[in-house]
Design a protein around this ligand. Structure first.
Ligand SMILES: [Zn+2]
Length: 246
């Protein structure tokens, strides 16, 4: 995988991987990180270990989730061999765990606050934007002691506001809650810009954010469910470093 790595201050490291250079084979080639899409589990574990290594933890300390397009937030207190079920966000204050969020058109968000020592990840598609899973995650991080001015967000690759065409009812439902999502294709069809909605939600909350990555639908270095149906998932991890690693 081509892995991009960065920091949110002194105690939080993040990494984001595209689909290049892993060991998965077609149609999951090559850096698939998802174990729920039919890929060889050994290949997924290998790819996850590569990503975990980039933030300095071993693969056993990667905690993932099994999203259901809801808005529940999972509190992670230790390593887990299985994905946390029925949540679309994870948060933790435990150093040395790598929280993983996966996507293939939906918006993956990595969150971290080095001052209070909390990290989180979010998976937000149109339902997540409508149900404000990001806002619920920010609430959870605040309850753990984080302040918006100390929190950083990285908004990962997603299908863009020209490619994500939707029917009128869905457009209306999402835009009623998140006006920033309103977009149109170059042909003038109604479309949703989920990353614009996520950016606006972070701005309203007073959280500094940066974007990473291109349109998933247009980029063959990223997975796109709408484009390929049977495919893998790219994603990112965020880790609160143990004190000795700082
Ligand atoms: Zn696009």
């Amino acid at each position: 995988m081509a892995i991009v790595t960065g920091s949110f201050g002194s105690r939080v490291r993040w990494s984001f991987a595209d689909r290049l250079d892993g060991v998965s084979r077609s149609p999951y080639a090559a850096g698939n990180l998802a174990d729920h899409v039919g890929d060889d589990p050994d290949h997924v574990a290998h790819n996850r270990a590569l990503l975990a290594g980039s933030v300095g933890v071993d693969g056993a300390h990667v905690v993932s989730m099994a999203p259901v397009h809801g808005n529940d937030v999972g509190q992670v207190t230790g390593p887990s061999a299985h994905p946390v079920p029925d949540v679309d966000a994870l948060v933790t204050m435990v150093p040395g765990l790598a929280l993983l969020t996966l996507a293939a058109d939906c918006v993956p968000v990595l969150l971290g606050d080095s001052v209070s020592g909390v990290v989180g990840v979010v998976h937000a598609g149109w339902r997540g934007v409508t149900s404000d899973v990001l806002g619920k995650t920010l609430d959870a991080l605040r309850d753990m002691g984080s302040r918006p001015e100390n929190l950083h967000a990285l908004v990962g690759p997603a299908i863009c506001g020209q490619c994500y065409t939707v029917h009128d009812a869905r457009f209306d439902e999402v835009v009623a809650v998140a006006p920033a999502a309103a977009s149109a294709s170059t042909a003038g069809e109604r479309a949703l810009d989920l990353r614009a909605a996520v950016d606006e939600r972070l701005r309203i909350a007073g959280v500094t954010s940066t974007r990473h990555g291109a349109c998933t639908y247009e980029s063959d270095t990223l997975y796109s469910y709408r484009r390929d149906q049977v495919t893998g998932r790219h994603g990112g991890v965020v880790t609160l470093l143990a004190d000795e690693e700082r």
